[in-house]
Design a protein around this ligand. Structure first.
Ligand code: FAD
Length: 455
């Protein structure tokens, strides 16, 4: 810590990673300021994980009401109404509450919050409006921003940022993209009664997820009435009265009330002045850092979405803790990216930890695959045609369970617990000797005895 500077640490961006770094560093006695241009809590709290999950909950209620009949509940159809502005307003108040909690948390830790857009003047100075702030360490934690493809009519497309504030729900929507954000929003819209079409240029969506999971999910999502169209792209979007005409690369057209681009995110480094300072960037446009989050300029570090590591809130949080220990604590620790569990909150959910089958085969060689597919108990009486799938990947030589993948209700909740066992190196024998919780779907993970395939 140096008396030559106003602050020991200035963090640019009060998102998941920046807030965690700022708070932990201040708690260790460092003089810390955090600069935020938009909203405390960043993407996750304002236009990401949190509002999305609230919308997912909202989108599930319709099916729950339908399923109720099988359990003896008589809910007359003509009395059921959904009001989008109410959901958005309630979501907004919850986000507002969380913004306040972030403010209090930072202030209680002794962090100075500065509102405005930051720019780096030199390796030790950040400028916000008229104010120049000097710091021994500067961390860039500015996150990422949605990319809209360069096609005619792109100005008519909305992104995930806009989806959280739509004034009204359209009757039909077209979503372009095959990643988790596209798939989650397709589920949200369809669940709320919007006729939804998902357009993806590849032959199957959710690239990077286990092959079985991708196929199984496509089947389940189609049952919900979502029109999945693969191997096709959007050529143009044209206004057509109150609608849009979407021309597809296969020559067909769609008429829709909304076109969403969920086609990836880029590092948000606009106007920071990184190039002028000689901060190196990667080919993908992210800030290049070493395993200690160090950029090519000694006083400048970076973390979170802006460095191109897995774009997940818990990753940014963990990076913030590792970097804080490194700058102001005892730690030389590095971030451990192994066995990061993750979920897709489509309907039904996907939960996953560890490599996909093809990667595991490359890494370990001979595998034992355990796989189970079944109708969740809940749907025996609801009558809904929905199935779950679970899969364990075991390294045959060591008997270690190296991955678990699931499609089904609460997959994210179930996989979080399982990820601890997998990270701890549990063998299939340990799974087999674990007594299940009955009746649950999760017990299937400890009762799959016969491999589905070996090799
Ligand atoms: P951010 O949280 O984006 O924070 C960066 C902050 O920097 C922002 O507040 C921004 O306003 C500010 N900023 C930028 N430039 C400047 C500047 N020049 N001056 C001052 N401030 C600046 N992750 C999950 O783990 N689970 C999920 O379910 C999930 N769902 C998601 C759903 C959606 C729709 C999206 C878009 C993302 C989702 N994510 C999810 C990803 C998660 O939100 C991000 O990985 C996480 O927020 C990254 O944190 P960060 O600190 O790197 O950046």
């Amino acid at each position: 810590m140096s008396a030559n500077f106003e602050y020991d640490l200035v963090v640019i961006g009060a998102g998941s990673g920046g807030v965690r770094l700022a708070r932990m560093s201040a708690q260790k006695g460092a003089r810390v300021a955090v600069i935020e241009s938009r909203y405390l809590g960043g993407t996750c709290v304002n236009v990401g994980c949190v509002p999305k999950k609230l919308f997912v909950y909202g989108s599930r209620v319709g099916e729950d009401l339908e399923d109720a009949a099988g359990y003896g509940w008589n809910i007359p159809d003509d009395n059921i109404q959904f009001d989008w502005p109410t959901l958005v307003a309630n979501k907004n108040s919850e986000i507002h509450r969380l913004n306040g909690i972030y403010k209090t948390m930072l202030e209680n830790a002794g962090v100075t919050i500065i509102e405005g857009t930051a720019r780096l003047e030199d390796a030790q100075t950040v400028v916000v409006g008229e104010r120049r702030i000097s710091a021994a360490h500067i961390t860039v934690a500015t996150g990422s921003w949605p990319v809209v493809p360069d096609i005619p009519g792109k100005e008519h497309m909305v992104t995930s940022n806009d989806m959280f504030y739509l004034p009204q729900l359209p009757r039909e929507a077209v979503i372009l993209g095959g990643g988790y954000i596209a798939v989650e929003f397709a589920g949200i819209l369809a669940g709320l009664g919007v006729k939804t079409t998902l357009i993806y240029r590849g032959d199957l969506f959710l690239r990077g997820f286990d092959e079985d999971v991708r196929e199984f999910t496509a089947g389940e999502i189609r049952k919900k009435g979502i029109d999945l169209r693969f191997n096709v792209n959007i050529d143009s979007v044209t206004p057509d009265g109150a609608h849009y005409k979407v021309a597809l690369s296969d020559g067909s057209t769609l008429s829709t009330g909304l076109v969403m681009a969920a086609t990836g995110r880029r590092a948000l480094t606009d106007g920071l002045g990184l190039e002028a300072l000689g901060v190196e960037m990667t080919k993908s446009g992210h800030i290049a850092v070493d395993s200690h989050f160090q950029t090519s300029v000694p006083s400048i570090t970076a973390l979170g979405d802006v460095i191109g590591t897995p774009q997940l809130t818990p990753v940014a949080l963990a990076q913030g803790m590792v970097l804080s220990r490194r700058l102001f604590g005892d730690g030389e620790g590095e971030m451990d990216y192994s066995a990061i569990a993750t979920a897709v909150f489509c309907h039904p959910n996907i939960g996953t930890v560890g490599p996909i089958e093809s990667e595991a085969r490359e890494r370990y060689g001979r595998l034992r695959i355990y796989r189970s597919e079944f109708k969740p108990m809940r749907h025996t009486l609801s009558g809904r045609d929905e199935r779950s799938m679970m899969k364990l990947i075991v390294d045959d030589a060591s008997d270690k369970v190296v991955a678990a993948h699931m499609v089904g209700p609460d997959a994210g909740e179930i996989l979080q617990g399982l990820s601890v066992a997998i990270k701890a190196g549990a063998t299939k024998a340990v799974f087999d000797s674990t007594v299940g919780i009955h009746p649950t779907s999760a017990e299937e993970f400890v009762t799959m005895r016969e491999p589905h395939s070996v090799g």
